[in-house]
Design a protein around this ligand. Structure first.
Ligand SMILES: [Zn+2]
Length: 274
């Protein structure tokens, strides 16, 4: 059977047996897929460092269309995430968080070119030295929006009026920002400054957005976390690690072990019909 050939971003990998790995890939052609990489562990690892999270690779995948698990054939490294991760611990941990976020928001077997291009632009921005906190808010905002989960910044969520200038008042019941007629809103309220930062996110490339102020950044972080939690019905593990590190909290062993999170099970995600 001829292989499927696609560009792909590595999202994560986990051990399989003594010598292999299962690699979760965000492919350009088929969306998220899982593939067994035989011989990806041990001294004779034929994939070398191509399977690092958020590296871009060109892969050959064997297996019938819609298979739950493909077999990974050739895997050519197009762009390593190593230079981005090597900028520092913050950058390395941010890449883990970005990969987990992309994994959580991607559906198996459903190609989403916008998500793929977004991910590439984010990795390039990390490598160029854009502040990773800003990139985290950027990626969250766009993944939420591409999934139809970001409330409108212009229209009231419960009536046809436009939203007034100034702060954005969120109403949980309406799943969006509401005008003063439809208030009082349940909150949170995002300041006018946070609102204009969001417009910058939705109007610019990630490398052009720049850092938000501390207050804006903190309120967006918590706003996004709530939206993400409601959608996924869980928190993301590497986001918690990032927050703990930002607060100076470390585990007993010091540096968090982000790459040890893949022990758990095989596919749990929704399946998409062909
Ligand atoms: Zn209204």
């Amino acid at each position: 059977m001829p292989p499927i050939s696609s560009d792909a971003l590595v999202l994560r990998s986990y051990k399989l047996g003594e010598t292999s790995k299962v690699v979760v890939l965000l492919t350009r052609e088929r969306g998220k897929v899982r593939a067994v990489a035989k011989g990806a562990r041990g001294r004779r690892n034929r994939y070398h460092s191509a399977l690092e999270p958020l590296s871009e690779v060109r892969v050959g995948l064997y297996g019938r269309q819609g298979a739950e698990l493909y077999r990974l054939g050739e895997c050519e490294l197009l762009r390593s995430a190593f230079p981005a991760g090597a900028r520092g611990l913050d950058e390395a941990m941010a890449l883990s968080y970005f990969a987990e976020l992309l994994d959580a928001f991607s559906l198996e077997g459903e190609a989403e070119d916008a998500v793929y291009r977004l991910a590439l632009a984010i990795v390039a921005a990390v490598e160029e030295g854009s502040p990773v906190t800003a990139l985290a808010r950027y990626l969250e905002a766009w993944l939420l929006r591409l999934n139809g989960l970001y409330p409108s910044l212009d229209r009231c969520a419960s009536c046809p009026r436009g939203l007034p200038a100034g702060s954005l008042e969120y109403h949980a019941g309406a799943h969006g920002f509401v005008c003063s007629e439809c208030g009082p809103a349940s909150g949170p309220a995002l300041t006018a400054g946070t609102g204009s930062y969001l417009r910058r996110i939705f109007g610019h490339a990630p490398s052009a957005v720049g850092a938000a102020g501390e207050d804006e950044s903190a309120s967006l972080e918590s706003f996004h976390r709530d939206l993400i939690r409601r959608h996924l019905e869980r928190d993301l593990r590497s986001h918690r690690v990032l927050r703990d590190v930002a607060r100076g909290v470390r585990g007993v062993q010091g540096t968090p072990q982000l790459d040890e999170r893949e022990r758990d099970s095989l596919p749990r995600e929704r399946k998409t019909l062909p």
